[in-house]
Design a binder for this molecule. Structure first.
Ligand code: ADE
Length: 224
């Protein structure tokens, strides 16, 4: 699976992809992540990528040319399944969208900044607009990294134990049960004895009950 991320701040995306599972997925050749600096796709003097909004108002708007030139170049090299724009007014990312994206081959992600991007980019190129939640960040880079992380870990072969993605919170509409590790007693705070019993069916039942309880208490909407 290949991601091409278009941004004015490529440096913001260096670290998230250089560690842990995302790094391993790239080393294994399962995921390719390419970050493109939009400043390399402008013919504007001073390499500017934004301009004042038509009609006035505060804030700058990202221009169409750098996005269009970069997208057209990428599209001339391969076919893309999706062009995603990260924006707080998009559809909120959830596990089912991540599952859907994890079976695609090539995805472009556009990161906006300032007041937004020229609407014509959205009209002409974007197939899906995603938000990561009802709050406004300074740009689309961190949201893009979140989408890539949520999707790549679902690709078979990325996690060492493939079943662990399937048992994640949200995969079955239930939150995860609590987990514990050694020591069994920390200053008098003990691990639930059932987990030390070796009785696998009873442990599974306990975990399921805990998941249901936690979901009822924290996210009753998931049980509907
Ligand atoms: N860009 C700025 N805020 C965002 C958000 N909440 N989700 C996606 N992209 C964004």
């Amino acid at each position: 699976m290949r991601f091409d991320i278009l941004t004015v701040l490529p440096g913001l995306l260096e670290s998230p992809f250089a560690h842990s599972i995302l790094q391993r997925a790239q080393k294994k050749g399962i995921a390719e992540i390419h970050v493109h600096n939009l400043r390399n796709y402008t013919t504007h003097k001073h390499k500017s990528v934004d301009d004042y909004p038509y009609g006035g108002g505060s804030g700058m708007v990202m221009m169409i040319e750098p996005f269009a030139t970069c997208i057209e170049q990428l599209k001339s090299e391969r076919t893309y399944d999706e062009v995603i724009f990260m924006t707080p007014d998009g559809i909120t990312l959830n596990q089912s969208i991540a599952n859907e994206l994890s079976v695609k081959q090539n995805i472009i992600i556009l990161c906006g900044h300032y007041k937004g991007i020229d609407q014509r980019i959205r009209d002409l190129y974007v197939t899906r607009e995603l938000s990561i939640g009802d709050y406004v960040l300074s740009g689309g880079e961190l949201p893009a990294a979140i989408v890539v992380d949520a999707v790549v870990r679902l690709i078979p072969g990325v996690l060492s134990d493939e079943t662990s993605a399937l048992s994640d919170s949200f995969q079955g509409d239930l939150l995860d049960a609590p987990v514990y590790t050694r020591p069994a007693n920390w200053n008098g705070h003990e691990v639930p004895p059932i987990l030390l019993s070796g009785n696998t069916p009873e442990i599974e039942k306990w975990r399921f009950d805990q998941s249901v309880e936690r979901t009822k208490a924290r996210r009753p909407d998931l049980l509907q």
